[in-house]
Design a protein around this ligand. Sequence first.
Ligand code: NAP
Length: 300
Amino acid sequence: MLTGKHVAIIGGDARQLEVIRKLIELDAKISLIGFDQLDEGFAGATKVQLDQVDFSTVEAIMLPVSGTSSEGEVETIFSNEKIVLTNDHLKATSKQCTVYSGISNQYLKTIVHSSNRKLVELFERNDVAIYNSIPTMEGTLMMVIQNTDITIHRSNVVIVGFGRVGMSVARAFHGLGANVKVAARESELLARVYEMGFQPIELSLLANEVHNTDVCINTIPAKVLTGNILSKMPTRSLIIDLASKPGGTDFRYAEKRGIKAMLAPGLPGIVAPKTAGQIIANVLSKLLLEEQNTIEEEQK
Ligand code: NAP
């Protein structure tokens, strides 16, 4: 249990509601900042303005998946209040305070470092990325169904990249009867692609393999779907780019060639906010419990 542990939850979207639920279940003391328009009442959690928080008792801060902007602003869909997290807020927290965020940027890293606190980027964790690949894969299927007039079954699908997302997506399309090719650069990954029953493509030779593509899913956060490759794809191809912004597709060239190419960020939060929130809540609560145990051990 996290009885009495003071956690400040600052901003976020529907995913954060699952975090609140889980922490209430574990009996933490919760301050909600940026939730004044949230209709749902949470017994055991107190809505407060940022300047009303007693940071001296705060032992953990939970930020949204996006962390902060490069100016320190924290996004929230539950308030019109402008929330800016600063160095001073962090310095005022309990010495053992840890800041949890999905991802981070230079601003967040700098204020956490200069206040001598700890930062945990939950989306850097392998387990979170693997769990998240499930709603990402479902969102990808949804986008492909919405944007094509053919079945996935028997369609020619090229998956670019074979990391955590690429693997889940390839398996799903294969399971639905598509002809799946997967492009990756490491020979070890290509061997795994082969073992799983998909057609492996050496990434540098991708241009030779896209002539009959119906759907191409990119998961590599680097410019891989270049003009040269797009010029070999049929204009009927649909490209869904899942890689983090700005994606890995030459969108300008795709548009010029008449290929429909879409950047599709944040699918878990869009198609399955509850599940996506539970993924975060489960990992966060595990980390907070571990931290609590360590502190208790040290105090013995
Ligand atoms: P990952 O496990 O790190 O996989 C990335 C893949 O890209 C690996 O196969 C990696 O190959 C390859 N790669 C990376 N940089 C490369 C480069 N410069 N050239 C060639 N290959 C390169 O990442 P992931 O968890 O699958 O996530 C993939 C992307 O999707 C990330 O950008 C992530 O932020 C994004 N994402 C988007 C959504 C969404 O809703 N759209 C959801 C989750 C994740 P090596 O192993 O050879 O480096």
